[in-house]
Write a protein that binds this ligand. Structure first.
Ligand code: UDP
Length: 494
């Protein structure tokens, strides 16, 4: 039976009420819950919407926030029933992180679209003054228009990726004979391979979704992004002026998690005890450990997993490697157990959810081998940690160019093709090759072994950490932007 809709009523009614609804995936829910906290700090009444099956991922954070911030309005949690069975999914598959095949992915999108009716019902019931909803939920625009309130769209990526992907879409590299190109009409000279860009046109489901997202964005009140002006000023300006979008930058939103509890429970319950993790790091020298994590949705082939293991082992560097739990359910289990013994003491393997923010902010961390998901990228920037970049999907190839070419705080492993090393994923047409262990080793050594290049990168990363902190503090660029947005919404309501 589908449980009915549940809303926890607010105790202190405030002037402005904003409702937040992220796409059900960690990379979307995590930053949007942080944004809800930032709004609450500005005395805005907030409601965070997700489904029953995702409640446990946010409940601890919300409870802790509400009990330790009693002078601010509490964040309410509203839960919608997820139509798993109706969409052809097994019960419980309510998060993109649990999807293990393209067919499941299509059913997941179908189920998400079916949330429209209960979401409309929720809006009628709560009558918020504005909604901030995920770009992946374009139909929420109509829900907002129905009750006459503004819809703000949340883009969980960089300004750079928004601008570059827009240009690449116009340029349409797949209709041209050249194998590589410079992204036209953006502030820097950025070179991409055609093979690094997904050819969405071959997938009608994705094409339709992208068309709906763009149309809804154009009709929405504006956009909110998790970035800060000083990080990518040319692209904030380009997005606002050349592309003509109304946008507020409010990041890095992860910085609202200042204490160990918030950092270690962000997104899910970690599989490793936080003290065990901190003790392991405390025993290592400053800047000596490489943190390795590829976000929440990537699915490596066995060969790719093996190559990463080899690359890390032969680099001889100390590392923490986060490997998704279900990757152990087959022959890989044996592979990893034997490997774990070989690297004992030097390598810590976390099988499942890791307290990423806690780890990245430890002095022992000297580099981050990342897939360039935007949250991870910005969390590394905020912690002053330079990166080894290994993009695979979505906006990751754009974020890599921002890190390596524009910010110059990273070294690429040299991934040439969209979908490399992945078993499946949105926009992947075939299983493509792997990144070889030697390439990973080479890039890791370039970043982790002390040399002139390494020092310059490290200095830049430290400077960006300072700017990131300033942006979110009182009077900073992101703080002012979020205040402006709240004022505008309050004014609009009255
Ligand atoms: N994350 C985490 N622990 C993990 C894996 C991921 O805390 O074991 C968090 C990470 O800090 C980030 C988010 O999950 O906030 C992943 O978002 P990102 O955009 O980097 O990648 P995605 O998962 O969307 O590919």
């Amino acid at each position: 039976m589908i449980p009915s809709l549940t809303v926890m009523e607010p105790k202190t009614p405030q002037d402005l009420h904003v409702l937040f609804f992220p796409f059900m995936a960690p990379g979307h829910m995590i930053p949007m819950l942080d944004i809800a906290k930032l709004f609450s700090h500005l005395r805005v009444q907030t409601t965070f919407v997700t489904t029953f099956g995702n409640a446990s991922l946010v409940q601890t954070t919300i409870n802790h926030f509400n009990s330790t911030n009693s002078s601010n309005p509490p964040i309410k949690l509203a839960l919608l029933p997820f139509p798993s069975t109706e969409a052809g999914l097994s019960p419980g598959y309510e998060n993109a992180a649990y999807i293990t095949s393209l067919d499941m992915g299509a059913n997941f999108i179908k189920a998400v679209t079916m949330l429209r009716q209960p979401f409309d019902q929720l809006l009628q019931q709560l009558l918020p003054d504005a909604i901030l909803t995920d770009s992946f939920l374009p139909w929420t625009l109509d829900s907002a228009l129905k009750i006459g309130i503004p819809r703000l769209v949340f883009h969980g990526t960089s300004f750079f990726a928004m601008c570059a992907s827009h240009s690449v879409e116009q340029y349409d590299p797949h209709s041209r004979p050249e194998e590589s190109f410079f992204v036209p009409d953006i502030p820097h000279s950025i070179h991409l391979l055609k093979s690094q860009v997904s050819n969405w046109k071959t997938n009608p489901l994705i094409m339709e979704m992208m068309r709906a997202m763009q149309e809804a964005e154009e009709k929405s009140y504006g956009a909110v992004m998790n970035s800060f002006y000083e990080l990518e000023p040319d692209y904030v300006n380009h997005y606002r002026n050349a592309m003509g979008r109304r946008v507020w930058h409010v990041g890095p939103v992860s910085l609202c998690n200042e204490n160990i509890f918030d950092m270690s429970t962000r997104g899910d319950k970690p599989v490793i005890d936080k003290d065990e993790c901190l003790n392991w790091l405390d025993n290592k020298k400053p800047n000596s450990v490489l943190y390795v994590c590829f976000g929440s949705v990537s699915r490596f082939t066995t060969t790719q997993l093996h190559e990463i293991a080899l690359g890390l082992e032969s680099s001889q560097q100390a590392f923490i490697w986060v490997v998704k739990k279900e990757l152990f359910q087959d022959e890989r289990e044996e592979l990893m157990e034997e490997y774990e013994k070989r690297v004992e003491g030097r390598g810590l393997i976390i099988r499942g959810w890791a307290p990423q923010m806690l780890i990245l902010n430890h002095d022992a961390i000297g580099g981050f081998l990342t897939h360039c998901g935007w949250n991870s990228t910005l969390e590394a920037v905020s912690a002053g940690v330079p990166m080894v970049t290994m993009p695979m999907l979505a906006d990751q190839f754009y974020n890599e160019r921002l890190v390596v070419d524009v910010l110059k705080i990273g070294v690429g492993v040299g991934v040439k093709e969209y979908g490399t090393g992945q078993r499946f994923g949105a926009g992947i047409e075939k299983v493509v090759s792997v990144v070889h262990g030697e390439d990973i080793e080479k890039a890791v050594l370039r970043l982790m072994t002390v040399g002139e290049e390494d020092e310059v990168m490290r200095r830049r990363a430290r400077e960006l950490k300072v700017s990131a902190k300033m942006a979110i503090e009182k009077g900073g660029s992101s703080y002012l932007d979020i205040c402006k947005l709240v004022q505008e919404l309050t004014h609009k309501k009255n």
